[in-house]
Design a protein around this ligand. Structure first.
Ligand code: NDP
Ligand code: 8X3
Length: 252
């Protein structure tokens, strides 16, 4: 039987690429997000290009009740999730701390930290019961070093880093692997979301250098989840060659 991977935030970007990559590499996939039309399109694509089975679950990861209700559909072959990719996340806004927008802060904290926790709380007991499983948390270079105006987004990704370490400690005795994958700049919808739909501002982020692409991160995730049983990839920091630090990007 093919193992089941559940990927949050699969309607776009890194999550979408990861779902396709895992589906091509012997996983059946559960894809989740808020935009059901995007999930339906991905479901079509996976069915037409791979032999994987696919299940879409539409929910807002910030709403614990919605998460729990949607995940009640994980029955039969979908009940046993072997791999959880905690990917759904976002940055909203870019401002100095004294000018920050509290609603933006709450969106980031609720999605990047609380959403990750809701999913982990729901899926990890099944892994503990089985004595096997793998959880991959998508962190960021923003969780390794703070940068100007990054403050709350930085804090949420530092939290992901801390939670990954804590989960690794708590789950080791149950034979469960825990990995964090921390990318630098990846060209996805990320910046469009951060700048609240301002395409011009978003484009500037990737101007003059070759950023990472979602597929680069999907490949790293595939590598991490296909190591032999005795090998755990704890943490991977992945940067575009032109990006030496968060805010040190060589642009031509
Ligand atoms: P995208 O904006 O392209 O994708 C984000 C995904 O998260 C979408 O599928 C979106 O789905 C989902 N999502 C956001 N909010 C919610 C919510 N409330 N409920 C459910 N799903 C949600 O960004 P990326 O692919 O780039 O981001 C993926 C992860 O990678 C994030 O955790 C991000 O912080 C991290 N990251 C990104 C980097 C980058 O430069 N792009 C660098 C380092 C880390 P929908 O809108 O349909 O709900
Ligand atoms: C996304 C990368 O540098 O914009 O996590 O924070 S950055």
């Amino acid at each position: 039987m093919r193992p089941v991977a559940l990927i949050t935030g699969a309607s776009a970007g890194i999550g979408r690429a990861t779902a396709i990559t895992l589906a091509r590499n012997d996983f059946d996939v559960v894809i989740t997000g808020r935009r059901s039309a995007y999930l339906e399109a991905l479901e079509e694509e996976i069915r037409s290009k791979t032999v994987a089975d696919v299940l879409s679950l539409t929910f807002d990861i910030r709403d614990q009740e919605e998460v729990n209700n949607a995940c009640e559909k994980l029955t039969g072959k979908w009940e046993e999730v072997a791999l959880l990719v905690n990917n759904a996340g976002l940055a909203v806004g870019l401002s100095h701390i004294h000018e920050g927008v509290v609603d933006d802060w709450e969106r980031m904290i609720d999605t990047n930290i609380k959403g990750l926790l809701y999913m982990t709380r729901l899926i990890s007991p099944g892994m503990v019961k089985k004595g096997a499983g793998h959880i991959v948390n998508i962190g960021s270079v923003a969780g390794k070093e703070a940068y100007e105006k990054g403050n709350v987004y930085n804090a949420t990704k530092f939290a992901v880093d801390g939670l990954t370490q804590a989960m690794r400690i708590d789950l080791a005795e149950h034979g469960i692997k825990v990995t964090s994958i921390s990318p630098g700049a990846v060209e996805t919808e990320f910046s469009l979301v951060r700048f609240k739909g301002d395409q011009e501002e978003a484009d500037k982020v990737y101007d003059g250098f070759t950023p990472l692409y979602a597929e680069d991160i999907a490949e790293a995730i595939l590598f991490a989840v296909t190591r032999p049983t005795h090998v755990n990839i704890d943490d991977m920091l992945i940067m575009a060659t032109s990006q030496a630090r968060s805010r040190k990007i060589v642009r031509k």
